[in-house]
Design a protein around this ligand. Structure first.
Ligand code: SF4
Length: 476
């Protein structure tokens, strides 16, 4: 895919002035539209709009144009068609996770916004796309001056019920250092393996984050695995990625998970299908993580599906999202976090942290914006077994960035695995001292026993965990 990005500042301003001028003058065409009728005008305008905006902006005619708030860059050229970006898979050189030949569209939008005389708010939360409008003329709306209804304001905090005694949310609110761990569902219809691995972490973590076809590789569903863990006395976080399901399937799954006792949900956009074991699959990306958060928050707080239809009993969910402070652009990363908090994220789990300098730089900006007071930030950590794995993570897992200094340290060590554990423990100890960090999120693929050893080695095994908190012990 080719794309005209990195326009100069004057080109962007000129295009914006042209577009803005057209929008102001367009209502003068109202009598023509009235005489032709809505249908014929719509068809005619769609053709003209498609030609003009297609040649100027590589417009994809989504029917809900965002150009004036995206620095005149069409976001529909994003590899995942995100309405709220960038995703966490941007490569270190700023190129797209899905189309590595192309610069990330959302970084182009951010760069463009900085060049505008009156920069648009690139951290605004855009509602999900209405796919039924694909190909329709947005100019018709401009001519008729009928504004889109603004996205509904959402209440700023959790629904009753999510803070039940022993919940992950209460652990976060307790002020104690929180520990969560990732657990991957099995490639088996027998839950035994999952429950056995989870047992290594019983009483050591505040929640188990159950991955959702991580890396686009197929496993038992996160909703089912979360329900199995909840029934076995664990506190699962149901991970839901937008890559594999549209908004109907996502809502159905979360209602099912909530009915089976799951009280925490992590909203993700998801990696592209190209990185997994089914590259021939159709990527869905009907929503992005920000619009998924907004949708689930609406279900929880307003008791309605995205369609507006009423729920008999809304799900009580503690809502989370991810952040990646380790990929460009670093300014955009904090804005993206803010966007997720505005959309409803109450806790954040970051990508693997191997670079404390970048983490501190990110946190400085987070603290400057007061975001650490609006969400609980848990930093992703994990042991690297070898320099080879570190290099593989850099080249094959979107959004992971292991710095050269860490790779050198692993290469020079006699005991690679032991060195990886030492690096992980040092990172955790440093994070414990970093202002604004509420806890850690441990990741180590099917290595739960080692994660338990790391928790013990960092002195975190004796702290009270989620199950120890009663609602009476913690204030709001
Ligand atoms: S890196 Fe992510 S946000 Fe950027 S264009 Fe590619 S898919 Fe979209």
């Amino acid at each position: 895919m080719s794309r005209k990005n990195h326009r100069s500042a004057w080109q962007r301003r000129a295009l914006y002035s042209l577009y803005d001028g057209f929008c102001k003058l367009a209502p003068m065409l109202r009598p023509v539209v009235d005489s032709l009728g809505m249908r014929r005008s719509g068809r005619l305008l769609a053709k003209v709009e498609g030609c003009v905006k297609g040649s100027l902006f590589e417009c994809q005619m989504c029917g809900e144009c965002l150009l004036s708030s995206t620095a005149m860059v069409c976001p529909m050229n994003c590899g995942k068609r995100l309405r709220n970006g960038p995703c966490g898979g941007v490569s270190a050189d700023g190129n797209c996770e899905i189309n590595p030949e192309m610069a990330c569209v959302w970084l182009d939008i951010a760069a463009g916004a900085r060049q505008m005389t009156e920069p648009p708010a690139v951290n605004q939360v855009n509602p999900p796309l209405d796919h039924s409008k694909q190909g329709a003329a947005t100019w018709l709306r401009i001519i008729k001056k009928s504004a889109e209804p603004p996205p509904e304001a959402v209440a700023d905090h959790a629904a009753p019920g999510a803070r039940a005694p022993g919940s992950f949310e209460l652990a976060c609110l307790s002020g104690n250092f929180v520990v969560t761990a990732e657990i991957s569902p099995p490639d088996s219809a027998d839950p035994h393996d999952l429950l056995q691995r989870a047992d290594h972490l019983r009483g050591l973590v505040d929640a188990l984050n159950v991955t959702d076809n991580a890396g686009a590789n197929c496993h038992m569903s996160s909703a089912a695995a979360s329900a199995l863990l909840a029934a076995d006395g664990h506190t699962p976080v149901f991970q839901a990625a937008c890559r594999d399901r549209n908004r109907i399937a996502l809502q159905a799954d979360l209602m099912g998970a909530a009915a089976l006792g799951v009280r925490n949900m992590l909203c993700l956009t998801g990696d592209g299908v190209g990185s997994g074991d089914h590259p021939q699959a159709k990527p869905v990306f009907d929503l992005d993580s920000v619009s998924l958060l907004g949708m689930v928050k609406g279900m929880r707080d307003q008791g309605r599906y995205a369609s507006g239809r009423k729920l008999t009993a809304p799900p009580a969910l503690f809502l989370g999202a991810t952040a990646n402070p380790f990929v460009p652009s670093f300014e955009q990363r904090v804005l993206n976090l803010e966007q997720k908090v505005m959309a409803g994220a109450q806790f954040i789990q970051t990508q693997f942290c191997f670079d404390l300098t970048l983490m501190e730089r990110f946190m400085e900006e987070v603290r400057a914006r007061g975001l650490e007071k609006r969400c609980h930030i848990l930093v992703g950590v994990g042991p690297l077994p070898s320099a080879r794995t570190a290099k593989w993570l850099n080249s094959s897992v979107p959004g992971v960035n292991v710095p050269p200094a860490v790779i050198r340290r692993l290469e020079q060590a006699h005991d690679h695995k032991g060195e990886g554990v030492r690096i992980c423990i040092e990172t955790i100890n440093a994070l414990k001292e970093m202002a604004g960090i509420r806890g850690i999120h441990l990741m180590g693929h099917k290595n739960e026993a080692l994660l338990a050893e790391i928790i013990a080695a960092t002195g975190l095994a004796d702290r009270p965990t989620a199950g120890d908190f009663s609602s009476l012990a913690v204030g709001d």
